[in-house]
Design a protein around this ligand. Structure first.
Ligand code: UD1
Length: 419
């Protein structure tokens, strides 16, 4: 399970390069199943979730080879449509292969992902969309779901919520359907746009990615592609918030400031200086102590405040004197880290959707548990503020999405070890 030991109280200073985005590369790897042609993906992070997606593609018959920060994917041999149950359990994002498998083989079978640390996360929107495209969905008592369609047909699909995963899965299915598909109330996240650009490079015709309405004209065959994955905006936010919590100055290369709406405004309101240059570099210079403030954040679908940086932002607010309000509006149960912060002396009241944070009280070291990837990152940030040794157990979940977080923070002057 692993453990991070953070000896806090040190300033972060220096430069860090932000890696390719986990949430972009996972659906793009799945989309590689749509072609017989060679696919090369560049700037692929070395994280556990990429390793699991590699195993999923391999189990379906693809050959995936890593060379440095690139992946070469050859899907010519793909002839299996069943995602092994263990891999599905290990990573919910395995669900992304359903759309491409439907397009490629006319069928896909999974065991539905169960509840997770941040709520139930059903896939009903994915399945309803596949049905709209003409697929038949059948479910068995053991949680198995089979989706079958010898030939998908373009359709109008209205998502009741702009789900990132459903938008991506349906886009990947629709590129091989007959005729035009419109996805309304689509997710607008930069990762959706990156997937659309990858599919377009393969020869797909997609309009409107990054807006609430995406139009996809189906085609019979897709070619291979060579694509560089966009920078991981949540990793960028995590380093910026770590700098803010430690009172340091951190320069982030390969960081697209525009992909993080809400973050910079809040940091500036706290007195941090944010400098953005034309070459995807963002520098964050933060004071040692913050003035009293009352900060409110409301997470929401893009361009709202990203739910994936809510835990890390809460960690910073622990340092800001004042009463702060956090409303989690994307997931129904994503404030579990409040209880772990309390173990470090934080005063927070929270239910499943709302947290009130009483910031500016001193924290003390302790032992806490990373419940999920971003909650774990939030705990690391909180620990950076605390003189003494804080132990974060279950740190393996942090490594699902951050490559060598302990080493990279340490190079910036933190003292973080992974045992
Ligand atoms: C993706 C990201 C995750 C991020 C989330 C929201 C990946 C691999 N993961 O997850 O890091 O936190 O977007 O930005 O890209 N929902 C349904 N039915 C569905 C699908 C979703 O009810 O069929 C609900 C979910 O339970 C949740 C909300 O919609 O409450 C948002 O989920 P969604 O946008 O689909 O998130 P993911 O794609 O799972």
């Amino acid at each position: 399970m692993g453990e991070f030991v953070v000896r806090g109280g040190r300033r972060l200073d220096g430069t860090v390069r932000i890696n390719g985005a986990k949430n972009a590369v996972l659906p793009i790897m799945a989309a590689s199943l749509l072609t017989d042609g060679p696919v090369v993906l560049r700037d692929v992070p070395q994280i556990r979730d990429v390793a699991v997606m590699t195993d999923v593609l391999t189990a379906l018959g693809a050959v995936v080879e890593r060379a440095g920060r690139s992946l070469a994917i050859d899907s010519r041999g793909v002839d299996r449509f069943q995602v092994p149950e263990l891999l599905m359990q290990e990573m919910r994002a395995s669900v992304f292969v359903m759309g491409p498998l439907l397009g490629r083989l006319g069928r896909a079978a999974i065991v539905q992902p169960g509840g997770c640390a941040i709520g139930d996360r059903p896939i009903d929107l994915h399945l309803a969309g596949f049905q709209a495209l003409g697929a038949e969905v059948s479910e068995d008592a053991g949680g198995g779901t089979l989706v079958v369609s010898p030939r998908l047909k373009g359709a109008e699909i209205h998502l009741s919520f702009p789900s990132v995963g459903a938008t991506e899965n349906l886009m990947m299915a629709a590129v091989m359907a007959d005729g035009e598909t419109r996805i309304r109330n689509a997710a607008m996240e930069p990762e959706v746009v990156d997937l659309a650009q990858f599919l377009e490079q393969m020869g797909a015709r997609i309009r409107g990615a990054g807006t609430p309405e995406i139009r996809i004209s189906g085609c019979a065959r897709l070619a291979g592609a060579d694509h560089t994955v966009i920078p991981d905006r949540i990793e960028g936010a995590t380093f910026a918030l770590a700098a803010a919590a430690s009172g340091g100055t951190v320069r982030m290369e390969n960081c697209l400031a525009d992909h993080l709406p809400g973050l910079w405004e809040h940091l500036r309101s706290l007195g941090c200086a944010i400098r953005v240059d034309d070459h995807d570099v963002v520098e964050v210079e933060c004071p040692n102590a913050y003035p009293p403030r009352a900060i409110s954040i409301y997470t929401g679908p893009y361009p709202g405040f990203a739910t994936d940086m809510q835990a890390q932002f809460m960690a910073l607010l622990l340092k800001v004197p004042g009463v702060h309000y956090i409303s989690e509006r994307v997931f129904e149960n994503r404030l579990g880290h409040a209880g772990e912060f309390r173990r470090l002396g934080a005063r927070i009241t929270a239910d499943q959707r709302v947290a009130i944070v009483y910031g500016g009280r001193g924290l003390h070291p302790g032992t806490v548990r990373a419940q999920d990837l971003r909650a774990g990152a939030g705990l690391v940030i909180a620990a950076l503020e605390i003189p003494g040794s804080t132990h974060i157990v279950n740190s393996a979940v942090i490594e699902r999405g951050y490559e060598n977080l302990a080493g990279r923070l340490s190079r910036l002057g933190a003292d973080v070890t992974c045992v």
